[in-house]
Design a protein around this ligand. Structure first.
Ligand code: 6PG
Length: 225
């Protein structure tokens, strides 16, 4: 695990955006293209707005989703909507179809990933962590957190009473670079378990990300101790 702790949420978002831009530039320099998967929720918004202002070769940067809620792309809850609104210059955006059957959307997304990446990994995956310790749409108690072979899943999330489409652990852990962005005291208990607790993936799926680069603000880092 590599911890990047910044004084406040804005500085944390900036540090994460800078790191993502650097990883993308390296991928573009080495392979001519960068494939980056982005999480949803509210935390990445500022980070993506900052990233949008960086000097990125947008024509060679492909963006993907880590997860999506079972809603149309026009819905206020749609992660695709948030990403598109925040990352205005992104030309290539591969959307999970929250408006169709989640299992069908997951299968289509896995096929799209396979066709674009062949068997190569994502260059960058950026995840978040929920207050309950979930990451992507792998919530506590979900046995798919233990799956190491499939790429995506469509699943019903009881806690949220919502269908979700999500990347599974394999593409997340295979990523060339893995970042987690979290801010605020509310994440403290989940972060503590994710970073330092005894491994129990079914209880705290975000423990999957232990080896990642963690971008935290001071409050989150302190509350995780
Ligand atoms: C989602 C996510 C999710 C997110 C965490 C944290 O659709 O909810 O992609 O996994 O990363 O829930 O979300 P917040 O940033 O809103 O706290």
């Amino acid at each position: 695990m590599t911890l990047h702790i910044s004084p406040d949420a804005r500085a944390t978002a900036e540090a994460c955006a800078r790191q993502l831009a650097g990883w993308m530039a390296a991928a573009i320099a080495q392979r001519g293209i960068a494939h980056t998967a982005l999480s949803g929720g509210s935390t990445p918004k500022l980070m993506l707005e900052i990233l949008a202002g960086f000097d990125v070769d947008w024509s060679r940067a492909h963006f993907w989703q880590v997860d999506e809620r079972g809603v149309p792309p026009t819905d206020a809850q749609s992660n695709a909507r948030m990403i598109r609104a925040a990352l205005v210059p992104a030309v290539h955006f591969h959307r999970m179809k929250g408006e169709i059957d989640a299992r069908q959307a997951a299968a289509e997304y896995a096929a799209e990933i396979q066709s674009a990446l062949q068997d190569a990994p994502f260059d960058v995956v950026q995840c978040g962590i929920g207050d309950d310790g979930h990451t992507a749409s792998l919530f506590p108690g979900q046995p798919l957190v233990l799956d190491r072979s499939q790429v995506t899943a469509g699943l019903w999330v009881e806690d949220k009473q919502q269908w979700r489409i999500t990347l599974l652990p394999k593409p997340i852990l295979d990523a060339r670079h893995l970042a987690v962005l979290a801010a605020g005291a509310g994440k403290g208990p989940a972060l503590r378990r994710a970073l330092h607790g005894e491994i129990d993936l079914l209880r705290t799926p975000a423990q999957l990300l232990r080896g990642a680069h963690w971008f935290l603000d001071e409050i989150a880092a302190q509350s995780a101790k």
